[in-house]
Design a protein around this ligand. Structure first.
Ligand code: FAD
Ligand code: UDP
Length: 381
């Protein structure tokens, strides 16, 4: 599919590569690009999937619509460094994501804002009055420890139950009271009418898609890409001096302390004939906190700006089993991760980065930031 140079037959010389990178997602691609272009290293980038990009991979479906096979990926960051770095490899299409939640028969703005509350309860509060409303319905907690605490202490139980409880239980297979506060704290509450999902300084989509951006990062003679390959099949057959590992950390250590839980998803992709105007949804994503087995439905053309007579959407069905997509933030999982991290720190020839190896609920920009910082630390002083 891609014009990457094939490695086979693999060179039999010792240390044919300075660095073996496991995983061609954001973490692996940034490291490969930096090590090759800035440190002159010979890099082998291995992924067991048939493509680069990890979960951010995009491609055209059978209808010719640009889709994200692993669910919708919207780029946003406050980091000028991260945005500037990626801008070397792509031009951008400005895009501000909007989400509506299907609640009590209405499609209401999410994050909860002034319009959400007024339309849900048939009120006409001002922003100032909404502050007082939240103060009245909020349930004080000593410390916002869980994903339930953080929401009920901010906006009270009714809004929590309508917008957060059901969605979170579906998404994670756990009650919000069993998850770290950081999970639902990702979604703010506003007293204004701002209906953007993110408020970051930089919000944009790669103009020609993520995959084209990754291909531009990897288009260097010193980077060899080997797809459809589990690193275990080559790790002892190819010479390398250092490894950067971006897969699940428990898998690297053969689950010797037990399995780290990751949440998975099943994606149902559909293509439809939209009415005039070209879209079936008013915004990029509609969340379904209380009905259906899926959590949300995303219509890609909103994200990509593509003009096409057809429209493709993805439904996300959370699962316990399957590819590891989300680390599950809760204390016992963090404690288990720490045991693997302690083992990882003993290994001088392997560096662990990325969402799965760090067991952190990182967005794309955070992974890029982590990789850039790690690269700087790896450079000889
Ligand atoms: P990955 O992309 O997971 O890459 C790891 C790679 O390692 C994979 O390609 C895997 O095949 C490979 N690998 C694993 N084990 C092996 C092995 N043994 N041998 C060879 N290869 C191996 N972030 C945002 O900023 N905005 C969003 O809108 C957004 N939406 C998301 C929606 C969904 C449904 C999901 C799941 C995530 C979303 N994210 C979003 C998060 C984003 O996907 C991650 O932050 C980012 O892609 C992580 O990059 P990574 O390189 O760490 O990991
Ligand atoms: N969430 C919710 N209702 C929503 C949106 C989000 O309860 O309508 C909670 C849910 O627990 C979710 C978390 O907030 O997993 C983080 O939401 P985000 O949209 O950041 O999730 P992601 O895009 O990473 O799947």
């Amino acid at each position: 599919m891609h014009a990457y140079r094939s490695l086979f037959p693999a060179p039999a010389t010792e240390a044919a590569y300075d660095t073996l990178i496991v995983g061609a997602g954001f973490a692996g691609c940034v490291m490969a690009e930096r090590l090759a272009s800035q440190a002159g290293q010979r890099v082998l980038l291995v992924d067991k999937r048939r493509h680069v990009g990890g979960n951010a991979f995009d491609c055209h479906d059978d209808a010719g619509v640009l889709v994200h096979p692993y669910g919708p990926h919207i780029f946003h960051t406050n980091s000028a460094e991260v945005f500037g770095y990626l801008s070397q490899f792509t031009r951008w299409r400005p895009y501000q994501h909007r989400v509506l939640a299907s609640v009590d028969g209405q499609l209401l703005p999410m994050p909860i804002n002034l319009d959400t509350v007024n339309r849900l309860y048939g009120l006409s509060l001002t922003a100032f009055e909404l502050d007082a409303f939240f103060a009245r319905v909020a349930e004080p907690v000593d410390r916002s420890r869980t994903s339930e605490d953080v929401v009920v202490s901010r906006i009270g139980r009714d809004l929590y139950e309508k917008f957060f409880r059901g969605y979170t239980r579906k998404q994670w297979g756990l009650d919000p009271s069993e998850l770290d506060a950081s999970v639902t704290a990702r979604v703010p509450t506003r007293t204004t009418r701002d209906d953007r999902y993110f408020t970051d300084t930089y919000q944009a989509m790669p103009l020609l898609g993520y995959t084209r951006m990754f291909e531009a990062m990897l288009a260097q003679p010193n980077i060899h890409v080997m797809l459809n390959t589990d690193y275990r099949d080559v790790v002892h057959r190819i010479g390398w001096k250092h490894m950067v590992y971006t897969g699940p950390i428990d898998s690297f250590f053969d689950h010797r302390h037990g399995r780290l839980p990751y949440r998975s998803l099943q994606f149902e992709h559909v293509t439809v004939h939209p009415p005039a105007g070209g879209h079936v949804q008013p915004v990029g994503t509609v969340n379904h906190p209380n009905d259906h087995l899926y959590t949300r439905v995303t219509e890609f053309k909103h994200l990509t700006g593509q003009q096409h007579a057809l429209s493709s959407l993805v439904y996300e069905y959370p699962q316990a089993e399957g590819d590891p997509y989300y680390p599950i933030p809760r204390p016992e999982n963090h404690a288990l991760f720490k045991r693997y991290e302690a083992e990882a720190e003993q290994l001088s020839d392997v560096t662990f980065i990325g969402r799965l190896a760090s067991y952190r609920y990182y967005n794309m920009d955070q992974v890029v930031g982590q990789a850039l910082a790690t690269f700087k630390r790896m450079l000889p002083a």
